[in-house]
Ligand binder design. Structure first.
Ligand SMILES: NC(=O)c1ccc[n+]([C@@H]2O[C@H](COP(=O)([O-])OP(=O)(O)OC[C@H]3O[C@@H](n4cnc5c(N)ncnc54)[C@H](O)[C@@H]3O)[C@@H](O)[C@H]2O)c1
Length: 349
């Protein structure tokens, strides 16, 4: 199956390309990047493929069945839609798009074309997350009435003044970039419950005066002090759903000393703390004693799981849990948090 990679930056090189290379059915035909040297470097590094700088060149090639969209958020929607209309199946990186409206348009075109449109909510292919989902589905936690999400770093703003901190490109900051993963895990594990009301506040504080921002490391850097910084570097919120109430506290940068990246699923029989990207611990009471344990399991590479599932679903027609219909629910919640923060009031969905 011939594949095209659109956007040859960090996530393409770290995750998508190696996973396609390991897949026995997929074969990458094109590496595309608007910076021609990046497409060229990929061809050189991996030793095959055609380098192009305009993704429209790929659309005309009927041999290409599927594409990975690994570009910044501002062009997710337009590229995914153009690819779907050209008859390609699409795996588009997270977040689906900058806004709920853009995500809905992607969903509309997916329905119109009937092609696969999955979003890179890769945690749905994480073995630990799937163990937690099974615990909840099997009733081991009882009623999960509250989930608390913490995705907070001490000082970890990415690429100050670049694509990540420019709202017109990214659509938002810590919430849309990190929060999307955490919220998606909760929605997935809790059966994608319908959101009812959303209240949130976002803050653009620690990076606002770019020259005053002190840090040790900067991913997606270095800083561009002539660039733009107009996104949330921290966020708090509460979402009532038909399932649990979800509360969140997230930040690329908060003066908290040590980062905290975890999700607490709180049930009336048991609770689970998931350390993001790692293992989880179960807390309960048995026979009058407090009990906790850490299940041990084989943790496969979740990007490989995601890409393998993408290729398989194209062949089988199976709808994956990362399809656009489930992801638009999270897009709606993210939009509502931003809208609530702007209006300083609760949003009813
Ligand atoms: N799933 C995850 O855990 C995860 C992790 C990191 C990034 N991401 C997502 O992946 C996307 C890319 O992030 P990144 O860190 O790789 O960024 P990046 O800047 O390293 O790479 C993006 C690449 O896209 C190219 N590009 C931009 N516009 C293009 C266009 N119109 N056509 C072709 N190429 C174009 C850029 O030149 C750049 O090389 C973002 O949406 C980000 O949110 C997801």
């Amino acid at each position: 199956m011939k594949i095209a990679i659109i956007g040859c930056g960090s996530i393409a090189n770290a995750a998508h390309i190696p996973a396609y290379i390991k897949n026995e059915i997929a074969q990458i035909k094109y590496f595309c990047d608007i910076i021609p040297e990046r497409a060229g470097a990929a061809v050189e590094k991996y030793g095959y493929g055609i380098a192009v700088s305009d993704y429209h060149e790929i659309l005309a090639d009927d041999e290409v069945e599927a594409v990975s969209v690994c570009t910044p958020n501002n062009v997710h929607s337009i590229i995914a839609i153009d690819c779907l209309r050209a008859g390609k199946h699409v795996l588009c990186e997270k977040p689906a798009a900058r806004t709920y409206d853009e995500a809905l348009e992607m969903q509309r075109v997916q329905q119109e074309t009937g092609k696969v449109l999955n979003i890179g909510v890769v945690n749905r292919f994480n073995d630990g997350v799937n163990h937690i989902k099974k615990y909840i589905d099997d009733g081991k936690l009882g009623e999960v009435f509250h989930v608390y999400i913490s995705f907070r770093a001490h000082r970890s703003i990415p690429g100050l003044g670049g694509a990540f901190t420019t709202k017109a490109i990214a659509g938002g900051g810590a919430l849309i970039d990190w929060g999307v993963h955490f919220l998606d895990i909760v929605m997935y594990c809790c059966g994608d419950p319908s959101p009812l009301t959303v209240s949130g506040e976002t803050f653009c504080k620690l990076g606002k005066n770019m020259h005053d921002y002190t840090y040790k490391d900067m991913w997606a850097g270095p800083p561009n002090y002539d660039g733009i910084y107009d996104v949330d570097d921290s966020v708090t919120g509460m979402i009532r759903t038909q399932g649990p109430v979800i509360t969140l506290n997230g930040a690329w940068a908060q003066n908290i000393g040590k980062g905290e990246m975890y999700i607490d699923f709180m049930g009336d029989k048991a609770g689970i703390r998931l350390q993001y990207g790692s293992d989880f611990e179960v807390f309960t009471a048995e026979n009058g004693a407090l009990v906790s344990y850490k299940p041990e399991f084989n943790m496969r590479n979740h990007f490989e799981n995601e890409i393998n599932a993408f290729i398989d679903c194209i062949q089988s027609g199976e709808k994956l849990p990362s399809n656009i219909d489930t992801v638009v629910i999270t897009a709606k919640v993210l939009q509502a948090i931003y809208d609530s923060a702007q209006q300083h009031k609760e949003i009813t969905l």
